[in-house]
Design a protein. Structure first.
Length: 257
């Protein structure tokens, strides 16, 4: 029987009052999640420093629909969150939008575990040389109680590593020297970023959005570790407020010839 520690589901959605779906709807949908799960687990999620899930809204151009994506990063969060959400009714009232959210379709996108991810990146002879990241929703970091709205390799990679080490049942990578050497093994080749605020109730959180390309140098182990963490980041989210819809990203990896 396959071991499942990470599960990602998606709902195709629209609002019945024809309002446009925007990325800040993620904060409203966070409330929907909390209403679906047990009080005990909701209390746990409100008190934990690293949420074991990531959810956000994005627009799928190819299929011309808005999508709600939810990723659970532990066996417990799959049981406590994904299972009840999967069976949620297709029409959900949203008082904040003076209408209802309609779920048009639902699908399972990914089921895997940490050991399988690690094996696919670190147990093979292939080497990754290029990592293309697209930040889909506004992304930001918090440093010394202030928002850090400029992306850099160390902040991005530390965000991924922190989540991996918190939830992985496989290997963890908590050696600071290894982390620094891994970051030094990459450089930014290109970026097209813009400042973008995320609207959270009456608060505007500053962040960035756009594309960011990293090139890995010749060390195969460090390059593949970086590629693995970026792939995991596309599931777990980057930076702060990933439970509310921020920090969503897509990753494309290019292998060395």
């Amino acid at each position: 029987m396959k071991k499942i520690e990470i599960k990602v589901i998606e709902f195709d959605i629209h609002l019945d009052n024809r309002q446009k779906i925007v990325q800040s709807l993620g904060s409203v949908l966070h409330g929907v999640i909390m209403s679906c799960i047990s009080t005990e687990y909701a209390t746990f999620l409100h008190t934990t420093q690293i949420p074991p899930y990531h959810q956000y809204v994005y627009y799928d151009k190819e299929r011309n629909t808005s999508v709600w994506r939810i990723a659970a990063l532990t066996k417990e969060s799959i049981e406590e969150m994904i299972h009840p959400l999967w069976n949620i009714k297709s029409k959900i009232g949203l008082t904040q939008k003076n209408g209802s959210l309609i779920i048009d379709d639902r699908r399972v996108v990914l089921e895997t575990d940490y050991a399988s991810i690690a094996k696919s990146f670190l147990g093979d002879i292939k080497q990754y040389k290029k990592i293309d990241i697209i930040f889909v929703t506004p992304t930001s970091f918090k440093v010394n109680q202030a928002y850090a709205i400029f992306p850099d390799i160390e902040k991005i990679m530390r965000s991924f590593l922190k989540k991996w080490n918190a939830f992985s049942s496989s290997d963890v990578y908590d050696d600071e020297e290894l982390f620094q050497v891994m970051c030094d093994n990459m450089y930014v080749a290109e970026y097209r970023m813009r400042l973008q605020k995320f609207y959270l109730e009456k608060t505007k959180i500053p962040g960035f959005q756009g594309s960011y390309t990293l090139i890995c140098k010749r060390n195969m182990i460090l390059s593949n570790l970086a590629a693995m963490l970026c792939y995991f980041g596309s599931i777990a989210g980057c930076g702060i407020k990933v439970a509310l819809g921020m920090g969503a990203m897509q990753v494309e990896l290019e292998e060395s010839e």
